[in-house]
Each structure stands twice: as structure tokens, then as C-alpha cells.
Ligand binder design. Structure first.
Ligand SMILES: Cc1ncc(COP(=O)(O)O)c(C=O)c1O
Length: 389
């Protein structure tokens, strides 16, 4: 059997894979099993922050791998403590719980919010508001948090206690957050899987002032829009707000599994010994790689993200077949006249990998994608949008 057949025979059928086997890569270029090269505008869904096999990250990971790969959380390790320090210094948050994925980072955010509410208000506030069209993960609780019925089907009953608000509907969020039964509101400032839609500033401000008024915790899901992706270290920073809890993953590990839940002043001591944990969370190798990632997300790099974002928008605006461009930084959604699946296929034929979010083309290039590759990839994408099929 070849790899495709082996995979189809033995790997659980949860993924509709593209007919492409990627065998290696270098920066923003990946290579398939036949040696064909592709400019990668998907980065493994916003994970490979500095592309594939980024030299400095690989060095940091290998050095740690050769020193100590795992201890469990029974002991202290340097990379875990240093990464937590770095994340707190950069955000003003106070403590970090490490896990292995975005779903787990959100689980921790939800557990912390519930425990805070239980400690403070007894059983009066057992609900968490999330937004329709959101995506928060695939565990039973984060599925419940995900405001899309299609993901819920077949897995009922889900964890109870979630209420769903329409993004950008200030009246509805005001009603929901004023009922007295809500512990927290969980939101992505840019809904990624939902179609790369940033929240309106006025909606976020309404949510924040209601949360302040009623002591409702603000939980920012920065799994996809965090770690420099939007041109700020975290997406919420575009909105001038201070969440109580920030969950992140994907680009933080840069290709190794790492989730982080950042806890602000109010909730820094909510989790106590035994109340939460993870065997692999804070793994020294993942954390050593993440220290390298985060230390490079400086102002110069973030400004470059913004500059490339503006360039992409300028290039795609007014192009035949392109209806609109949404998103922030290098997390962009392109609404096209043609079916997005067809455009993905055309781009793949021409050596460019793009992905989908709902009915849009989603662009998530490496934050350091070289200008010449970006320009080449965009000309392929423009052509794919414009050609008659
Ligand atoms: C905003 C958001 N939250 C959570 C998740 C779940 O992350 P993971 O697949 O690492 O569990 C994702 C994944 O796409 C996401 O985009």
C-alpha cells in the first residue's frame, strides 16, 4: 500500500484530506512526495509561525531535546517557568497553566471561570456565554462552547451551561449578560473557523463594560488569532481590552503541541493543587521552542505582519472574482465568486497551498514569509479567482 492507502485504511476517517502528501519543507515552501514544491499560505492552520523547520526554533528544540525531554509536572523545569514569565511580562497576566492543545487551553479557561463563580457566587452563576459561529475545540465541553449546531449533532448530550449570543448584536449580549446567571463570556476577537470575521469594536466595548458592571469574566480565545498572527502579540490587543483569561495554542508551539491559559489578576489563584493538571503540559521541549517563538515576536516583526496584511488587501481588492477581504494581520478571509474548494484546487495545481474557512479562502502565511514568495502566491491566487471554469 502507498501512504494514501495506508492512511485511508488505518487512520480514523475524521479528515477529508487533500490528495497531497507533504514530505518536507523549508520556511514557506513545502514539498510533496513527487518533489513538487508549494508556497504554503496555510502554515498547518496557523501553527508554523516562522514556516517549516525554522532554523532558530529547530536549534532551541533540539538543544532541549538533548538535555531533558520530559519530567511530568511533579518537578520544576526551566523552560516552563521561563515561558510563563515571558508570557506574563508581555501581557500583564499573572499566571499560566500549560496544556497541549487549543481545546485543552479553553477547557482550563472554562474550569477556572466556573470555579471562580462557584467560589464567589455559589451556584448562582453556572452559565458561560459564547458567540454563534464560534469555534472552541472538539472535546465535549469545548464543542458545547462552540456556537455552531453542525458540530453538536451526533454527540449529545454535551456539557450543559452554555448560552449563545449573536456576534455584534449589542442588544442580545446586553440581555444575556444582565440576567445574573452568567460567570463568563468566551469569544474569539477574530472568528477563524467561522469565516475570519473580526468582532466590531463597539460590540467588544459593550461586552467589556457589561462584564465589568456584573463581574463577569472575559475569556479571550486566542488559539488561532494569537501569537503575532494579527500584527499584535494577541488579537485582543487591537481592541484595547484586558481579558481575565487568555487561552492560546497553535502558533505558540510553532509546530509542537502546546496550549497555554493565561490567568489575570482576579483569577490567578483560583486553580489550586489538584484542581487541574496535565501530564505533558509545559513539556520542556515544547516550551523551549515557544520561548524562541515568543522572543522573536517583537515590534519589528509585528509591524511587518501589518505591512504584509495591507499589501495582500491592496492586491486582492478589486480583483475579478474577489468579493471581499476580511480579517486582521496575516489571518485573512477572501470571499470569492467561485466556490472556495475550486480555488483551492486551482492554486494547488499551480503550487500554492491555501485553506478554507466556511465559504472563504483563508490565508494564514508564516509571519516571516519572504516578500517574493508572497507576491508569487498572490498572483496565483488572483489568477485562480479570476479564471472562468
Ligand atoms: C479559536 C480556536 N479555538 C480552539 C481551537 C481548538 O484547538 P485544537 O485543535 O488545538 O484543540 C481552534 C482550532 O482550530 C481554534 O481555531
Amino acid at each position: 500500500m502507498n501512504i494514501k492507502e495506508l492512511d485511508q485504511t488505518y487512520v480514523a476517517g475524521t479528515y477529508a484530506r487533500f490528495p497531497l502528501q507533504i514530505v518536507k519543507g523549508n520556511g514557506s515552501v513545502v514539498t510533496d512526495e513527487k518533489g513538487k514544491e508549494y508556497i504554503d499560505l496555510g502554515t498547518g492552520i496557523a501553527v508554523n509561525t516562522f514556516g517549516v523547520s525554522d532554523e532558530a526554533w529547530v536549534e532551541a528544540v533540539i538543544a532541549q531535546l538533548k538535555t531533558l525531554q520530559h519530567t511530568s509536572n511533579l518537578y520544576y523545569t526551566e523552560p516552563c517557568a521561563r515561558l510563563a514569565h515571558m508570557l506574563c511580562e508581555r501581557t500583564g497576566m499573572k499566571k499560566v497553566f500549560f496544556s497541549n492543545s487549543g481545546a485543552e487551553a479553553n477547557e482550563c479557561a472554562i474550569k477556572t471561570a466556573r470555579k471562580y463563580a462557584e467560589n464567589t457566587y455559589g451556584s448562582a452563576r453556572q452559565h458561560i456565554v459564547t458567540l454563534k459561529n464560534s469555534f472552541h475545540g472538539r472535546t465535549i465541553t469545548t464543542l458545547a462552547a462552540t456556537g455552531q449546531d453542525t458540530f453538536h449533532q451526533d454527540f449529545l448530550p454535551l456539557t450543559e451551561g452554555f448560552l449563545y449570543a449573536t456576534p455584534n448584536d449589542c442588544d442580545e449580549i446586553t440581555r444575556l449578560l444582565s440576567q445574573g446567571n452568567v460567570a463568563a463570556v468566551l469569544f474569539e476577537v477574530v472568528q477563524g473557523e467561522g469565516g475570519v470575521n473580526p468582532l466590531d469594536h463597539s460590540f467588544v466595548q459593550t461586552m467589556v463594560s457589561l462584564a465589568k458592571e456584573h463581574d463577569i469574566l472575559l475569556l479571550a480565545d486566542e488559539v488561532q488569532c494569537g501569537n503575532g498572527r494579527t500584527g499584535e502579540l494577541f488579537g485582543y490587543m487591537h481592541y484595547g481590552i484586558t481579558p481575565d483569561i487568555v487561552s492560546t495554542a497553535k502558533g505558540l508551539g510553532g509546530g509542537l503541541p502546546l496550549g497555554a491559559t493565561l490567568l489575570g489578576t482576579n483569577v490567578q489563584d483560583v486553580l489550586t493543587p489538584g484542581s487541574h493538571g496535565s501530564t505533558f503540559g509545559g513539556n520542556p521541549v515544547c516550551c523551549a521552542g515557544a520561548i524562541n517563538m515568543v522572543s522573536r515576536l517583537d515590534r519589528t516583526l509585528l509591524d511587518e505582519v501589518k505591512e504584509k496584511s495591507n499589501f495582500i488587501r491592496r492586491e486582492l481588492t478589486g480583483v475579478r472574482g474577489v468579493k471581499s477581504v476580511s480579517g486582521l494581520g496575516l489571518m485573512l478571509g477572501v470571499e470569492t465568486e467561485k466556490d472556495a474548494g475550486e480555488i483551492i484546487r486551482l492554486c494547488m495545481d499551480q503550487g500554492v497551498l491555501v485553506i478554507k474557512a466556511k465559504n472563504k479562502i483563508r490565508l494564514l502565511p508564516a509571519l516571516n514569509i519572504p516578500w517574493d514568495l508572497l507576491k508569487r502566491a498572490l498572483s496565483v491566487l488572483k489568477e485562480a479567482c479570476a479564471t472562468e471554469t
